[in-house]
Design a protein around this ligand. Sequence first.
Ligand SMILES: C[S@@+](CC[C@H](N)C(=O)[O-])C[C@H]1O[C@@H](n2cnc3c(N)ncnc32)[C@H](O)[C@@H]1O
Length: 388
Amino acid sequence: MEAALNHVKALAAESEESRRKVMVALQNLAFSLESPHDTIHRYGHMNLQAAIVQVGIDLRLFRHLAESAVPLTVHHLSQKTGAEPQLMTRVLRFLAAIGAVNENDKDQYTANHVTRNLTESVVEAGLSHYFGTAAPQYQSLPSYLKDNGYNNPVDETNTAFQAAFHTSMGSYAWFANNPTHLAHFNAYMSLRRKPDATWLSIYPVATEAVADWPAQKGLFVDIGGSIGHQCAQFKEKYPTLQGRVVLQDLSHSVAQALPTPGVEKMTHDIFEPQPVLGAKFYYMRAVLHNHPPPKVRRLLENVKAAMGPESVLLVDEMVFPEAGVSYTAASIDMTMLSAFASMERTEAQWRETFEDVGLELVRTYIYSGLSYESVMDVRLPRTKTPSI
Ligand SMILES: C[S@@+](CC[C@H](N)C(=O)[O-])C[C@H]1O[C@@H](n2cnc3c(N)ncnc32)[C@H](O)[C@@H]1O
């Protein structure tokens, strides 16, 4: 057994692709060994795992453990966190049973690899977002789908989100009145991708950008750009390119925008006409997948109406393979369904979406193959040379 495990670990260390393949293979192996009893407890206690991990984050338990070079006792952790000792014992026992911490001896715990993952800001923000905002929607999804005749949702004002939060508001409008949820969401959105996994690593901006682009015209307009990480990265990579760099989002996100020199902040609702006309690059990352098809159409029509002959619309989204979609990506698709009545798409579905409003998908640049992240170069239809 030890020799087999060492062999598998060596395989996983070969590359990121191997690591992921090994994880999927091991998970599938574990599933294939499950008894019915195991299956009950794996699925049945999934929400409990998320809940107790959230308790650990709230108590800064993982940070205390990760910062200590020696095992910590329940008594010590109880004093550090303010949790009553008997409760602390039960929480730590559960966390050890799900592999989130190591139990070294009776009442003694240390950090492991997962504990340290749980101290990263992106993980804290992401889990707090999933637990606080997404999980209530998952909980209400079965009854929502039953009540709606198992039709694929297409109306963002009637989703599992409204059912879960007893509101008639859409998720983004609701965020404005729920600042803690918004803070977790914004932090997660800005931190969730590795800095090197960016469209800027692959898209030929310098080749496409016109050298003497007028300074008063839009060069890079980040539509739905949240607090401006993409604008900041663009400015950092291309500090000398002329033209306006504009961050657009709803007012509550723009109000929290990063103070990047040279980036204009603009409150703009994507369902209103695009105010920056004839820009070189209109960029949208993870915006279209948040809206149902009729809204995507309206949004694209607004951008199209602002585009000039030299404009390029850059759509940065996941492009799903036709088959064999990963667990993470399929989960994001179901989250889109629950929250927004929206969807992830294959390249054929993206092409159709653009063609539907008279835009052309010119090329797809995949910059993170394992997570399907790609930037699509979309333009006004090229005029065909008339044949003589
Ligand atoms: C999934 S986030 C992506 C943010 C950013 N582009 C990124 O990739 O980090 C979607 C963004 O769209 C914005 N958004 C949603 N509805 C909007 C609207 N009607 N007008 C403008 N922005 C909107 C949200 O505030 C949010 O910042």
